[in-house]
Design a protein around this ligand. Structure first.
Ligand SMILES: Cc1cc2nc3c(=O)[nH]c(=O)nc-3n(C[C@H](O)[C@H](O)[C@H](O)COP(=O)(O)OP(=O)(O)OC[C@H]3O[C@@H](n4cnc5c(N)ncnc54)[C@H](O)[C@@H]3O)c2cc1C
Length: 490
């Protein structure tokens, strides 16, 4: 019997390679609608969320991310019937679905604790109306059934994971964008989105030209794969510029692009030009993304726990003043300050910059890494629960880094990857008159005249304290090339 069904969108704002949509269409419904909830777990905190405890937090997403989400929704709202609901998913979605006479709702399965709690609550509430919630895997390179191990046996080290999947699993081709039975847009949704968009600030003048939506994302990928990708390996650790890295992350995080589609495009680019180390390296980074997804699926709430996957009892500090200086880019360490100011102004900063500031927060200020991760969540245009928390766990030494205690020297990193000081000059105008190498660490007596703060901690001493405290908790540094035994079973 022909029926009416809906696709509940979350981190999958696209029509291509959308397994949930394909499953919905297999039932040959007379009508497919799309629904998005302007509320938890993506837009705000709700009854099943874990709001962060760091001081001064009030919004879950930054205006830059809100802009990107709205643009992505608009891209869909102009092509398909999309309804926006405001409120708690398990309250507003079942009521709406029942009023529309739906027989089923389709969505992509989420693995993180809050997201899956909401999916469970929605499934139960829908059931009371005899409507089923049908969950499908999407948004990853591999399906769980393709992995050469059960999720519970996910390797504890990325390298092992990568070797196993590379050796044994093929990325499936992306599903095509389907033809919909009645793709008539809903003008009210478009109007609501346009009004909201008009009230948001535009992108910062130094921001990459992030424009939300499947079509904007696809056209950027095609441009990036024409040329820039072939030098990715040499440029990827830089701090600024349009093409030093791909900037795919916001589209991937919101699912405007599917990783399988990007992978297929990459293979095409390799066919028409030539595969090289750089094209491989882009795939390698997509595998990091993949690894953190499955890590989140494997570890549940431990992914968000202070002691992390190692259950380490570290005396993290919760010093609001130091944390504030870090957030505002007033630490007195130019590369850290440049990155933190870029993050709050644009919602994005490079991977190298993220590593440096995360290391500074956890290895020099010794502040609770979860404050850092939660702050990133409120700022990043590309926030992705798995990549963010997985990377923070790793940087804090409580995740899957086999070396355990890893740190970044902010001055050395700046010399290596900001070799003319251009990035610092861009974001820390107080230091514009300085040239390299002085710009990497101005002298104490220069700072008052420049109106630039003195360092908020002594780098060497704070690192020594953190190192000592860490290895005491772990009970001993590994010798030679030996890796830290992450878990008892290894
Ligand atoms: C503390 C910290 C927090 C982070 N939080 C996020 C986050 O919330 N969302 C997010 O998408 N990435 C996060 N990352 C990973 C990485 O910094 C960004 O994905 C990357 O900087 C985005 O830029 P790009 O698209 O140009 O990346 P590219 O270098 O061009 O890489 C291509 C793609 O590979 C993936 N990728 C690259 N590096 C990583 C990585 N280390 N971990 C996981 N995936 C990776 C991303 O999807 C990226 O778009 C975080 C890293 C750190 C150190």
């Amino acid at each position: 019997m022909a029926s009416r069904v809906a696709v509940w969108l979350l981190n999958d704002l696209r029509l291509h390679d959308h397994p949930a949509l394909h499953a919905a269409l297999q039932k040959q419904p007379e009508h497919v609608e799309f629904v998005f909830i302007w509320g938890p777990p993506l837009i705000s905190w709700g009854k099943l969320s874990y709001p962060p405890h760091f001081p001064g937090v009030n919004r879950r997403i930054s205006p830059m991310r809100e802009r990107f989400i709205i643009e992505s929704l608009l891209d869909l709202a102009r092509r398909v019937p999309l309804t926006l609901l405001e409120g708690e998913p398990d309250e507003v979605l079942p009521a709406w679905a029942a009023s529309r006479g739906l027989s089923a709702v389709y969505a992509h399965k989420e693995w993180a604790v809050e997201e899956s709690a909401y999916q469970e609550a929605v499934a139960k509430a829908l059931q009371r109306h005899n409507i089923t919630l049908s969950l499908h895997e999407g948004n990853a390179l591999y399906e769980s059934s393709q992995l050469p191990f059960p999720i519970e046996a996910l390797p504890q080290l990325f390298t092992r994971f990568r070797q196993l999947v590379e050796r044994t699993v093929q990325v499936k081709p992306p599903l095509p964008e389907p033809t919909l039975p009645s793709p008539i847009p809903n003008p009210e949704t478009e109007k609501w989105l346009e009004e909201r968009l008009s009230k948001l600030p535009s992108l910062h003048e130094q921001s990459f030209h992030f424009r939300g939506g499947e079509r904007a994302g696809q056209s950027w990928v095609k441009r990036y794969f024409e040329r820039a990708v072939f030098t990715y390996k040499e440029t990827r650790n830089r701090f600024y510029g349009e093409t030093f890295s791909s900037h795919f992350s916001p589209w991937l995080a919101l699912g405007c692009l599917s990783p399988r589609w990007i992978y297929a495009q990459l293979r095409e680019a390799e066919k028409s030009h030539k595969a090289n180390e750089s094209t491989y390296w882009l795939f390698f980074e997509l595998l990091w993304r993949e690894y953190f997804r499955w890590l989140g699926a494997r570890w549940g709430w431990r992914f968000f726990a202070s002691g992390g996957l190692r259950d380490l009892n570290l005396p993290w500090r919760r010093d609001a003043k130091l944390f504030q200086a870090w957030k505002e880019g007033q630490t007195g360490y130019p590369i850290v300050d440049a990155a933190m100011r870029e993050l709050s102004a644009t919602g994005w900063t490079s991977n190298r910059a993220r590593q440096i500031v995360a290391s500074f927060l956890t290895k020099n200020l010794f502040i609770d890494w979860r404050w850092g991760a939660a702050y990133f969540e409120t700022q990043l245009i590309d926030y992705d629960v798995y990549s963010n928390w997985g990377n923070w766990l790793y940087q804090a030494g409580v995740g899957t880094d086999g070396r355990g205690f890893r740190w970044f020297d902010p001055v050395r990193q700046a010399k290596l990857y900001d070799n003319d000081g251009g990035f610092i000059r861009l974001w820390v105008p107080e230091l514009r008159s300085l040239s390299a190498p002085r710009i990497y660490m101005p002298e104490p007596n220069q700072r008052p005249a420049l109106r630039y703060p003195q360092p908020i901690v002594d780098w060497q001493q704070s690192l020594a304290y953190a190192k000592d405290t860490y290895w005491r908790a772990v009970k001993g540094e590994p010798k030679g090339n030996q890796l830290l035994k992450l878990f008892r079973e290894e």
